[in-house]
Design a protein around this ligand. Structure first.
Ligand code: CAA
Length: 271
Protein backbone atom coordinates (compact mmCIF):
# COMPACT_ATOMS: atom_id res chain seq x y z
CA UNK A 1 0.00 0.00 0.00
CA UNK A 2 2.78 2.41 0.96
CA UNK A 3 4.54 1.49 -2.27
CA UNK A 4 1.40 2.16 -4.30
CA UNK A 5 1.01 5.56 -2.66
CA UNK A 6 4.64 6.42 -3.30
CA UNK A 7 4.15 5.48 -6.97
CA UNK A 8 1.14 7.75 -7.24
CA UNK A 9 3.20 10.59 -5.83
CA UNK A 10 5.87 9.86 -8.38
CA UNK A 11 8.17 8.56 -5.67
CA UNK A 12 10.98 6.11 -6.08
CA UNK A 13 9.10 3.09 -4.71
CA UNK A 14 9.22 1.35 -8.07
CA UNK A 15 11.95 2.52 -10.37
CA UNK A 16 12.59 -0.73 -12.08
CA UNK A 17 12.25 -4.46 -12.10
CA UNK A 18 13.20 -7.51 -14.07
CA UNK A 19 11.35 -10.79 -14.35
CA UNK A 20 12.87 -13.93 -15.78
CA UNK A 21 9.49 -15.52 -16.43
CA UNK A 22 8.17 -12.58 -18.45
CA UNK A 23 11.45 -11.90 -20.24
CA UNK A 24 10.96 -8.19 -19.50
CA UNK A 25 12.76 -5.60 -17.47
CA UNK A 26 11.71 -2.04 -16.93
CA UNK A 27 13.12 1.13 -15.45
CA UNK A 28 11.58 4.47 -14.58
CA UNK A 29 13.83 7.51 -14.66
CA UNK A 30 11.84 10.65 -13.89
CA UNK A 31 9.45 11.28 -16.79
CA UNK A 32 10.76 8.36 -18.87
CA UNK A 33 9.90 4.67 -18.52
CA UNK A 34 11.83 2.09 -20.51
CA UNK A 35 10.52 -1.41 -21.08
CA UNK A 36 13.03 -3.86 -22.51
CA UNK A 37 12.22 -7.24 -23.99
CA UNK A 38 15.16 -9.10 -22.54
CA UNK A 39 15.38 -12.63 -23.86
CA UNK A 40 17.70 -12.01 -26.81
CA UNK A 41 18.83 -15.64 -26.96
CA UNK A 42 15.21 -16.49 -27.93
CA UNK A 43 14.83 -13.34 -30.01
CA UNK A 44 12.58 -11.82 -27.33
CA UNK A 45 9.75 -14.27 -27.95
CA UNK A 46 6.65 -13.41 -25.91
CA UNK A 47 4.54 -15.55 -23.56
CA UNK A 48 1.42 -15.11 -21.41
CA UNK A 49 3.81 -13.96 -18.65
CA UNK A 50 5.21 -11.23 -20.93
CA UNK A 51 1.73 -9.86 -21.55
CA UNK A 52 0.72 -10.06 -17.86
CA UNK A 53 3.87 -8.19 -16.89
CA UNK A 54 3.27 -5.55 -19.57
CA UNK A 55 -0.23 -5.02 -18.17
CA UNK A 56 1.16 -4.82 -14.63
CA UNK A 57 3.70 -2.19 -15.68
CA UNK A 58 0.89 -0.16 -17.24
CA UNK A 59 -1.27 -0.44 -14.12
CA UNK A 60 1.59 0.73 -11.90
CA UNK A 61 3.08 3.38 -14.13
CA UNK A 62 4.08 6.35 -11.97
CA UNK A 63 2.06 9.47 -12.65
CA UNK A 64 5.10 11.54 -13.56
CA UNK A 65 5.93 9.37 -16.59
CA UNK A 66 5.35 11.14 -19.93
CA UNK A 67 7.28 8.93 -22.34
CA UNK A 68 7.41 5.13 -22.49
CA UNK A 69 10.05 3.47 -24.63
CA UNK A 70 9.58 -0.17 -25.67
CA UNK A 71 12.69 -1.83 -27.02
CA UNK A 72 14.27 -5.24 -27.49
CA UNK A 73 17.67 -6.51 -26.44
CA UNK A 74 19.85 -8.18 -29.07
CA UNK A 75 19.47 -8.54 -32.84
CA UNK A 76 15.65 -8.72 -32.94
CA UNK A 77 12.97 -6.51 -31.42
CA UNK A 78 10.76 -9.60 -31.02
CA UNK A 79 10.22 -12.86 -32.92
CA UNK A 80 6.59 -12.83 -31.75
CA UNK A 81 4.81 -15.42 -29.73
CA UNK A 82 6.94 -18.08 -28.09
CA UNK A 83 6.40 -21.01 -30.43
CA UNK A 84 6.41 -23.40 -27.47
CA UNK A 85 2.90 -22.13 -26.78
CA UNK A 86 1.78 -24.05 -29.87
CA UNK A 87 3.24 -27.33 -28.60
CA UNK A 88 1.38 -29.79 -26.33
CA UNK A 89 3.99 -29.21 -23.58
CA UNK A 90 3.68 -25.43 -23.77
CA UNK A 91 5.85 -23.01 -21.78
CA UNK A 92 6.83 -24.41 -18.37
CA UNK A 93 4.48 -22.98 -15.73
CA UNK A 94 2.30 -21.24 -18.32
CA UNK A 95 0.76 -24.00 -20.36
CA UNK A 96 0.01 -23.88 -24.06
CA UNK A 97 -2.70 -22.54 -26.32
CA UNK A 98 -4.19 -26.04 -26.34
CA UNK A 99 -4.36 -26.29 -22.54
CA UNK A 100 -5.76 -22.75 -22.18
CA UNK A 101 -8.41 -23.42 -24.82
CA UNK A 102 -9.50 -26.56 -22.96
CA UNK A 103 -9.17 -25.17 -19.41
CA UNK A 104 -12.10 -24.34 -17.17
CA UNK A 105 -12.38 -20.88 -15.67
CA UNK A 106 -11.45 -17.96 -17.90
CA UNK A 107 -12.62 -18.45 -21.47
CA UNK A 108 -10.11 -18.19 -24.27
CA UNK A 109 -11.57 -14.81 -25.23
CA UNK A 110 -11.03 -13.61 -21.66
CA UNK A 111 -7.40 -14.73 -21.78
CA UNK A 112 -6.96 -12.78 -25.00
CA UNK A 113 -8.52 -9.69 -23.38
CA UNK A 114 -6.04 -10.06 -20.51
CA UNK A 115 -3.15 -10.29 -22.96
CA UNK A 116 -4.43 -7.26 -24.89
CA UNK A 117 -4.42 -5.21 -21.67
CA UNK A 118 -0.62 -5.34 -21.87
CA UNK A 119 -0.75 -3.49 -25.18
CA UNK A 120 -3.72 -1.14 -24.86
CA UNK A 121 -2.37 1.12 -22.11
CA UNK A 122 0.46 2.25 -24.38
CA UNK A 123 -2.09 4.57 -26.09
CA UNK A 124 -3.04 6.51 -22.96
CA UNK A 125 -3.25 10.25 -23.66
CA UNK A 126 -1.01 11.07 -20.69
CA UNK A 127 2.00 9.34 -22.28
CA UNK A 128 3.68 9.05 -25.65
CA UNK A 129 4.94 5.53 -26.34
CA UNK A 130 7.87 4.93 -28.66
CA UNK A 131 8.85 1.55 -30.08
CA UNK A 132 12.56 1.35 -30.88
CA UNK A 133 12.65 -1.48 -33.39
CA UNK A 134 15.63 -3.30 -34.84
CA UNK A 135 15.77 -6.59 -36.70
CA UNK A 136 12.71 -8.83 -36.67
CA UNK A 137 9.33 -7.65 -35.43
CA UNK A 138 7.17 -10.67 -36.19
CA UNK A 139 3.57 -11.40 -35.19
CA UNK A 140 3.16 -10.33 -31.57
CA UNK A 141 6.41 -8.36 -32.01
CA UNK A 142 4.94 -6.39 -34.91
CA UNK A 143 1.78 -5.83 -32.88
CA UNK A 144 3.74 -4.57 -29.87
CA UNK A 145 5.44 -2.04 -32.14
CA UNK A 146 2.00 -1.09 -33.52
CA UNK A 147 0.66 -0.62 -29.98
CA UNK A 148 3.05 2.31 -29.54
CA UNK A 149 2.31 5.83 -30.73
CA UNK A 150 5.58 6.15 -32.65
CA UNK A 151 8.03 3.73 -34.25
CA UNK A 152 11.68 4.67 -34.69
CA UNK A 153 13.42 1.87 -36.55
CA UNK A 154 16.86 0.64 -37.51
CA UNK A 155 17.63 0.14 -41.18
CA UNK A 156 17.68 -3.66 -40.69
CA UNK A 157 14.08 -3.76 -39.46
CA UNK A 158 11.72 -6.38 -40.87
CA UNK A 159 8.05 -6.32 -39.91
CA UNK A 160 5.97 -9.41 -40.60
CA UNK A 161 2.37 -10.19 -39.60
CA UNK A 162 2.81 -13.92 -39.65
CA UNK A 163 -0.42 -14.96 -37.90
CA UNK A 164 -2.51 -15.71 -41.03
CA UNK A 165 0.28 -17.96 -42.31
CA UNK A 166 -0.07 -19.95 -39.07
CA UNK A 167 -3.86 -20.21 -39.34
CA UNK A 168 -4.43 -17.42 -36.81
CA UNK A 169 -5.44 -13.78 -36.80
CA UNK A 170 -3.49 -10.87 -35.33
CA UNK A 171 -5.27 -10.43 -31.98
CA UNK A 172 -2.94 -8.35 -29.84
CA UNK A 173 -4.56 -5.01 -30.79
CA UNK A 174 -2.51 -4.60 -33.97
CA UNK A 175 -5.15 -4.60 -36.70
CA UNK A 176 -6.66 -1.17 -36.01
CA UNK A 177 -3.42 0.82 -35.78
CA UNK A 178 -2.11 -0.98 -38.87
CA UNK A 179 -5.16 0.03 -40.92
CA UNK A 180 -5.02 3.58 -39.55
CA UNK A 181 -1.34 3.89 -40.41
CA UNK A 182 -1.14 2.31 -43.86
CA UNK A 183 -4.75 2.11 -45.09
CA UNK A 184 -6.99 -0.90 -45.63
CA UNK A 185 -5.54 -2.12 -48.94
CA UNK A 186 -1.95 -2.09 -47.74
CA UNK A 187 -2.95 -3.71 -44.42
CA UNK A 188 -4.71 -6.52 -46.33
CA UNK A 189 -1.63 -6.94 -48.50
CA UNK A 190 0.75 -7.07 -45.52
CA UNK A 191 -1.35 -9.41 -43.36
CA UNK A 192 -2.85 -11.79 -45.89
CA UNK A 193 0.48 -12.45 -47.60
CA UNK A 194 2.44 -12.45 -44.30
CA UNK A 195 5.19 -10.79 -46.29
CA UNK A 196 8.06 -8.83 -44.82
CA UNK A 197 8.11 -5.04 -44.75
CA UNK A 198 11.62 -3.63 -44.70
CA UNK A 199 12.80 -0.22 -43.54
CA UNK A 200 12.43 1.73 -46.78
CA UNK A 201 8.84 0.58 -47.30
CA UNK A 202 8.02 1.03 -43.59
CA UNK A 203 9.08 4.65 -43.88
CA UNK A 204 7.24 5.20 -47.16
CA UNK A 205 3.89 3.78 -46.00
CA UNK A 206 3.89 5.45 -42.59
CA UNK A 207 4.75 2.48 -40.38
CA UNK A 208 7.93 4.18 -39.21
CA UNK A 209 8.47 7.79 -38.23
CA UNK A 210 12.21 7.58 -38.74
CA UNK A 211 14.80 5.10 -40.05
CA UNK A 212 18.36 5.27 -38.75
CA UNK A 213 21.47 3.11 -38.87
CA UNK A 214 21.36 0.41 -36.18
CA UNK A 215 24.06 2.08 -34.11
CA UNK A 216 22.11 5.33 -34.05
CA UNK A 217 18.80 3.91 -32.81
CA UNK A 218 19.29 4.72 -29.14
CA UNK A 219 20.37 8.31 -29.85
CA UNK A 220 17.45 8.83 -32.25
CA UNK A 221 15.05 7.74 -29.50
CA UNK A 222 16.75 10.04 -26.98
CA UNK A 223 16.44 12.95 -29.41
CA UNK A 224 12.72 12.27 -29.88
CA UNK A 225 12.20 12.05 -26.12
CA UNK A 226 13.88 15.44 -25.67
CA UNK A 227 11.58 16.97 -28.31
CA UNK A 228 8.50 15.44 -26.68
CA UNK A 229 9.42 16.56 -23.18
CA UNK A 230 9.96 20.13 -24.37
CA UNK A 231 6.21 20.71 -24.71
CA UNK A 232 3.74 21.39 -21.92
CA UNK A 233 2.63 18.14 -20.24
CA UNK A 234 -1.10 18.94 -19.94
CA UNK A 235 -1.31 20.50 -23.39
CA UNK A 236 0.37 17.40 -24.83
CA UNK A 237 -2.17 15.07 -23.18
CA UNK A 238 -5.11 17.24 -24.29
CA UNK A 239 -3.76 17.41 -27.84
CA UNK A 240 -3.27 13.63 -27.97
CA UNK A 241 -6.86 13.16 -26.79
CA UNK A 242 -8.02 15.43 -29.62
CA UNK A 243 -5.92 13.68 -32.25
CA UNK A 244 -7.02 10.22 -31.09
CA UNK A 245 -10.67 11.22 -31.27
CA UNK A 246 -10.43 12.98 -34.62
CA UNK A 247 -11.16 10.00 -36.89
CA UNK A 248 -14.31 9.07 -35.00
CA UNK A 249 -15.79 12.59 -35.12
CA UNK A 250 -17.21 14.83 -37.82
CA UNK A 251 -15.41 18.13 -38.52
CA UNK A 252 -18.12 19.95 -36.59
CA UNK A 253 -17.81 17.58 -33.59
CA UNK A 254 -14.03 17.81 -33.66
CA UNK A 255 -14.22 21.62 -33.70
CA UNK A 256 -16.43 21.51 -30.62
CA UNK A 257 -13.98 19.13 -28.92
CA UNK A 258 -11.09 21.52 -29.71
CA UNK A 259 -13.02 24.35 -28.08
CA UNK A 260 -13.71 22.30 -24.96
CA UNK A 261 -10.06 21.30 -24.55
CA UNK A 262 -8.86 24.86 -25.23
CA UNK A 263 -11.25 26.36 -22.71
CA UNK A 264 -9.81 23.99 -20.10
CA UNK A 265 -6.25 24.98 -21.09
CA UNK A 266 -6.99 28.71 -20.92
CA UNK A 267 -8.61 28.26 -17.54
CA UNK A 268 -5.62 26.30 -16.25
CA UNK A 269 -3.12 28.82 -17.61
CA UNK A 270 -4.87 32.12 -16.88
CA UNK A 271 -7.39 31.25 -14.16
N1 CAA B 1 9.58 -18.68 -30.07
C1 CAA B 1 10.48 -19.42 -29.39
N2 CAA B 1 11.80 -19.43 -29.69
C2 CAA B 1 12.22 -18.66 -30.70
C3 CAA B 1 11.33 -17.87 -31.45
C4 CAA B 1 9.95 -17.90 -31.10
N3 CAA B 1 9.04 -17.14 -31.72
N4 CAA B 1 12.03 -17.22 -32.41
C5 CAA B 1 13.32 -17.60 -32.25
N5 CAA B 1 13.43 -18.47 -31.23
C6 CAA B 1 14.63 -19.13 -30.73
C7 CAA B 1 15.13 -20.20 -31.69
O1 CAA B 1 14.45 -21.40 -31.49
C8 CAA B 1 16.59 -20.25 -31.32
O2 CAA B 1 16.70 -20.99 -30.13
P1 CAA B 1 17.93 -22.05 -29.93
O3 CAA B 1 19.16 -21.21 -30.00
O4 CAA B 1 17.66 -22.65 -28.60
O5 CAA B 1 17.82 -23.01 -31.07
C9 CAA B 1 16.91 -18.81 -30.98
O6 CAA B 1 15.67 -18.17 -30.68
C10 CAA B 1 17.56 -18.03 -32.11
O7 CAA B 1 16.73 -18.21 -33.25
P2 CAA B 1 17.34 -18.29 -34.71
O8 CAA B 1 18.60 -19.11 -34.67
O9 CAA B 1 16.24 -18.75 -35.60
O10 CAA B 1 17.73 -16.76 -34.93
P3 CAA B 1 17.82 -15.97 -36.29
O11 CAA B 1 18.31 -14.62 -35.90
O12 CAA B 1 18.58 -16.76 -37.30
O13 CAA B 1 16.32 -15.87 -36.83
C11 CAA B 1 13.99 -15.30 -36.65
C12 CAA B 1 15.43 -15.04 -36.17
C13 CAA B 1 13.84 -14.95 -38.13
C14 CAA B 1 13.10 -14.42 -35.79
C15 CAA B 1 13.64 -16.80 -36.49
O14 CAA B 1 14.06 -17.22 -35.19
C16 CAA B 1 12.17 -17.10 -36.61
O15 CAA B 1 11.65 -17.19 -37.71
N6 CAA B 1 11.47 -17.27 -35.47
C17 CAA B 1 10.06 -17.64 -35.45
C18 CAA B 1 9.16 -16.44 -35.77
C19 CAA B 1 7.70 -16.80 -35.67
O16 CAA B 1 7.17 -17.60 -36.43
N7 CAA B 1 6.99 -16.20 -34.67
C20 CAA B 1 5.58 -16.38 -34.48
C21 CAA B 1 4.88 -15.14 -35.04
S1 CAA B 1 3.14 -15.28 -35.00
C22 CAA B 1 2.66 -14.63 -33.53
O17 CAA B 1 3.35 -13.92 -32.86
C23 CAA B 1 1.29 -15.20 -33.19
C24 CAA B 1 0.39 -14.53 -32.29
O18 CAA B 1 0.54 -13.46 -31.73
C25 CAA B 1 -0.90 -15.27 -32.04
Amino acid sequence: MADAQARQRGGKAENGSASTESGLRHEVDGEIATITLDRPEKRNAQTFATWSELARIGENLPEQVRVVVVKGEGPSFSAGIDLRMFTPEGVPGQGSFGSVAKSEGATFEQRIRQAQAGFLWLRRPEIVSIAAVQGHAIGAGFQLALACDLRIVADDVSFCMKEPALGLVPDLTGTKPLVELVGLAKAIDICLTARTVHADEAMRIGLAEKVVAGGDLEQAVQDKIAELLATNRDAAAATKRLLQGAQGRSLEEQSVAEGVEQAARIKALFG
